[in-house]
Design a binder for this molecule. Sequence first.
Ligand SMILES: CC/C=C\C/C=C\C/C=C\C/C=C/C(=O)SCCNC(=O)CCNC(=O)[C@H](O)C(C)(C)COP(=O)(O)OP(=O)(O)OC[C@H]1O[C@@H](n2cnc3c(N)ncnc32)[C@H](O)[C@@H]1OP(=O)(O)O
Length: 280
Amino acid sequence: MLKRYNIILYSTNKIVNSCRYVSQSMLKSTVNEKTGIATVIINKPPVNCISLELLNKINTEINKLQKDNIRGMILTSVRSLQKVFCGGLDIKEFYNPNPDRLAKYLTNLQDTWLSLYMTSFPTVSVINGHSLGGGCLIAMCCDYRVMVGPDYTIGLNETKLGVVPPKWFQDTMAAIIGHRKAEVSVIAGKTYTTDEALQIGLVDESSPDIDNAYKKGIQFLNSFEKISPWAFKMTKNISRQPISQWLIDNKQKDLEFVFNYMQTPSVQKHLGLYLQSLKK
Ligand SMILES: CC/C=C\C/C=C\C/C=C\C/C=C/C(=O)SCCNC(=O)CCNC(=O)[C@H](O)C(C)(C)COP(=O)(O)OP(=O)(O)OC[C@H]1O[C@@H](n2cnc3c(N)ncnc32)[C@H](O)[C@@H]1OP(=O)(O)O
């Protein structure tokens, strides 16, 4: 029994044998050959909002890392943006959309969420700036969140734009802070400062600076050194499967709901006004 356990540990804990550096301009990814830890950096100025192209790159990279047998991943934003982790989904993808592109976007978002939420390796988001809407979603997909503060904000603010966060957005938050708090939060489109997010458990730790936040992220990943990767993967799977299975079983229905309401005149009007307010 012990021997079998050791074999599992060895075969899945194999450290990647070369340092890979992928720079796809919008996304930079490095794997440290000694530690087996990947750092994935979103780099799409000015606010890292998620276009269809960025979405594809994130999903492709997660799937590559999955095959690389890495030991863990840190997801963060390029430092030069200074105050934004991720400004959310690119609202321009929803405003006066091309229907084919919109359908592609929504499908890719479903797939990317499934990849990121269900990774077989531990993940940490180092939230080094504002993290709104889809930005909050990708941070919440990770197993651990360290947020730099005190002046940034995080939250699912979709209702403020006049749109509806799908069930799996809401479930992802409820799994972290509990149903009641998540319900109050999403219906009001609430955003939280770093301290508030820490208080309600939306983030696990806060840090006054990025270097320290990154260190805390690495410490979390190192805490799995003595955990069998197989046991980690199976346990996480059991914990997250009910939420992910809902989407797998309801992908088409979910897609049609968003695809249809997004193109209604009243939603389009709201989105237009919100975009305008950002430009001011
Ligand atoms: C089938 C189901 C599948 C999928 C479900 C899909 C959809 C479900 C429905 C909705 C989900 C929606 C999720 C979202 O994420 S919506 C977006 C939420 N994000 C926000 O509300 C953030 C808005 N931005 C800001 O508050 C600020 O920009 C920010 C605090 C991030 C940074 O402030 P800063 O002062 O540094 O920059 P700005 O001058 O405001 O912005 C610069 C520039 O960028 C443009 N911008 C900002 N955010 C976005 C965005 N999310 N999308 C597009 N463009 C954005 C902003 O307009 C400025 O543009 P310009 O004036 O042209 O330079």
